[in-house]
Design a protein around this ligand. Structure first.
Ligand code: ZN
Length: 168
């Protein structure tokens, strides 16, 4: 076994230890796309996360980040960027190692989120302006709009997913 395999084993073991220690229910997602990973805080059925199996530094960072959404600070904040930043902070503070590659990955994912948030806000403003300008359309959004928004969001998530697929 070479040293990078030893490190991958140590990182994998660390994630498994954290999941067991904090009794976090988890699901292993297929692939390594950041956009497929998730953390759900649920006071009724219990918190749970979906993470890729740890293969290297980036999947390790991503797994820590999702755990950070459960154990990190300010995870009840209404501001998504606060929650994201704090989950990354938790990941960085609790990692057995944190490399420049991992920091770069975290920074780029945060940036994607920021851009996505900005685009969503711009789009919302545009839709509101359209609704305001059109007397035939009521103020309550119709189901088709919701569906269109959902499709738009899914497309954006796929874009982010394709950007950050880990090639380890
Ligand atoms: Zn996150």
């Amino acid at each position: 076994m070479n040293s990078s395999e030893a490190t991958a084993d140590a990182m994998r073991a660390h994630i498994e230890r954290l999941l067991a220690q904090h009794e976090i229910r988890h699901y292993w997602i297929k692939g390594t796309a950041a956009a497929d990973a998730y953390a759900l805080r649920d006071s009724v059925f219990g918190d749970r996360i979906g993470i890729p199996r740890v293969r290297g530094e980036l999947t390790y960072a991503l797994a820590l980040h999702e755990i950070g959404h459960i154990l990190g600070a300010h995870q009840n904040s209404p501001d998504v960027m606060t929650r994201e930043r704090e989950a990354w902070r938790w990941a960085r503070d609790n990692a057995i190692k944190w490399t420049p590659k991992m920091e770069h990955y975290a920074a780029r994912l945060l940036l994607s989120y920021e851009r996505w948030e900005q685009e969503a806000r711009t789009r919302e403003a545009e839709l509101r302006a359209q609704l305001a300008a059109s007397p035939a359309v009521g103020s309550s959004p119709c189901p088709d709009d919701d569906l269109a928004d959902q499709r738009y969001n899914e497309e954006r998530m796929r874009e982010i997913a394709s950007l950050w697929e880990e090639g380890e």
